[in-house]
Structure formats: C-alpha cells, structure tokens
Write a protein that binds this ligand. Sequence first.
Ligand code: TRP
Length: 332
Amino acid sequence: MTTVKHKKRVFSGARATGRLHLGNYFGGVKGYIELQNNPEYECLYMAVDMHTITTPYNHKTLREDTNNIILDFLAAGLDPNKAVITIQSLVPEHTELAFLFSSVISVFRMQHLPTFKDKVKQYPSHVTMALLNYPVLMAADILAYKSDLVPAGLDQEPHLEVTREIARKMNDTYGTDFPLTQRFTTQGQYIPSLSGEGKMSKSVSGSYIALTDSLDEIRKKVRSIPTATTAGGQITGGIHTLFTLLKLLSPQDEYQFLQEYQAGTLKFVTLKDRVAEVIFEELQPFQCRRSELEQNPEYVERVIQQGAEKARGLASQTVREVKDKMGLRVGF
Ligand code: TRP
C-alpha cells in the first residue's frame, strides 16, 4: 500500500502598517508566489491585523489598511485558487491557541527577545500585555496549521525560535505533533535602500519605492540616489543600489552600464533613468491589476471570506486537539 504524503504547509503574515514597497515585494511576496506555485506546498497568507494592535495604531483606518494588504497580495500575483488568502482577525482560533500556548512559555523569555526590547524603546508608554504576547500569537498563527515553512526575513528568526520552543514544549508535555518550523528564504531578496545605506525600509522616508509610485515619482526618487564615487572606483553606497536594482530587473543593461562605469564614461543620470524605467516596467502589471481589484470589492470580499472559512476549518481541528490533550472541555 502506498501512503499519501501530506503536503508541506506554509504560513506567512504581513502586518497592516502601510503599503507594500519594492523591498517587501522582492523580499516577501515573490517568495510567497514561488511557494504557492509549487504543488508540494499548501500555503496560507494572511494580513495579520491582530498583530497590528500590539503597538499604537489608528483604529479608524485599520480595516482599510488591512484590506489594502489583501489588495496588494492579489495584485502582486497571490492566487486564491492556489493559496488561502485572508485576514487573521476572521480566524479567532489563532487567539484561542495563543492563550493555550501562553501557558508553556515564560514571561522572562518574552521580555528578553530583541524584538520586544526594540518596541519598548520605541514606545515606552505602550508596553502592553498584547505586545508581550506578540511572539506567542505568531507561534499560534504558524502552528494552527502545523506549518513546516515560514517565508520571512532574518529579523523574524527570534520569533521562529520561540515558535519551535513552544512546539517542543507542547509535544513533550501533551503529546501533540507540532513540527519544528523553519524559516524559508528566497533568492535575490535583499533590496538596498535608495539612501545607499542598509535595506529598503518603510520607516525611512525617501528610502523606498512604493508599489503604486508613478514613473515620475520613481524617476524623482531614483535621481536623488547619492552617487559620490569613492577613490579606486569601488561600487558602494548609492551606486551599489543602482547596480543591484539593474541586475535584478534587467541583467542585460547591467553588463553594459558596468562596462561604461569601468571605462569612466558613465553618465549617472542615464543609468538612473534606465533604472527608473525598468522599475516602472516591473510595477506596471501590478498597478493595472490593483486598479481592477479596486473596482471589484465584492470579488475581494469573497476571497477573504472563503479564505477565512478554509482557514477556520483547519485551525479549529488543531485547537480541538490541543484543548483535548490539555484536559480542557471541547465542544459537543
Ligand atoms: N512578525 C511578522 C512581521 O513583523 C508578522 C507575522 C505575524 C508573521 N504572524 C506571522 C510572519 C506568522 C510570518 C508568520 O513581519
């Protein structure tokens, strides 16, 4: 008899803190798409609005901000026929599981996470229970589906360590079968900042290109990338950013411009305008699909509702199993 191997599960979440930029697109969403298109994986992608409320936020715009994440997901090519796409707050099993998990991990462990300490520094008067619980809720997001893989940046590794600790503790104490989830990294994902320092980030204004920027906006931002040359003609700072973007989006141009650079004949404005053009060409299909989706809110709502139903079907089994093994009552 042959056994049917159950597909590997993939989960990832994006916080509703403003719109996606080029760095998120290449660093995150492209990886999501790669996994959804691989028949070996069953993927769930959510806008994690419950995580958004762990730091100060605007309750008047949260619902719309969350919806915008879903629109960006769909416009970028996430496909509801291949992956479950929905909103975390529509799947209450995540918070129920988070409470159950909070009984196997210590306050001390949570207080010493680098991500927690950063937020305490950033918002010293908003150190809430929800913030302390952030990693536990994330573990619940992931383990509600017994996920094997989580596409996410290196900054999320401490949270994945907590997820694995919780899984181990639950398995040892209650005999559950949670996997030890691994982080999944995609290639070519590092997009440098337009400032020439560090990675493209939402929190540094002028450092990023929004997926909705027009050609004019992109050209303006790219033209302002600093291109001071260093002695010895090394490719650093803003020049490195320009060549990295070109390499990713139009490798044939990269070769030519590199030759000119090395020959000392390169005009930076020509390079910059070409980079702006190839960025815009990459974003144009996204922008078209996004405006189509904006015209069709019923379709988007249907995707969210159907995704939530599927997710609840899966997550509720895990919650039942955990409650039962922990000695709690499960419904009739
Ligand atoms: N902490 C993640 C971030 O800041 C967001 C997140 C919440 C997440 N739950 C998740 C990511 C589960 C991956 C899997 O980006």
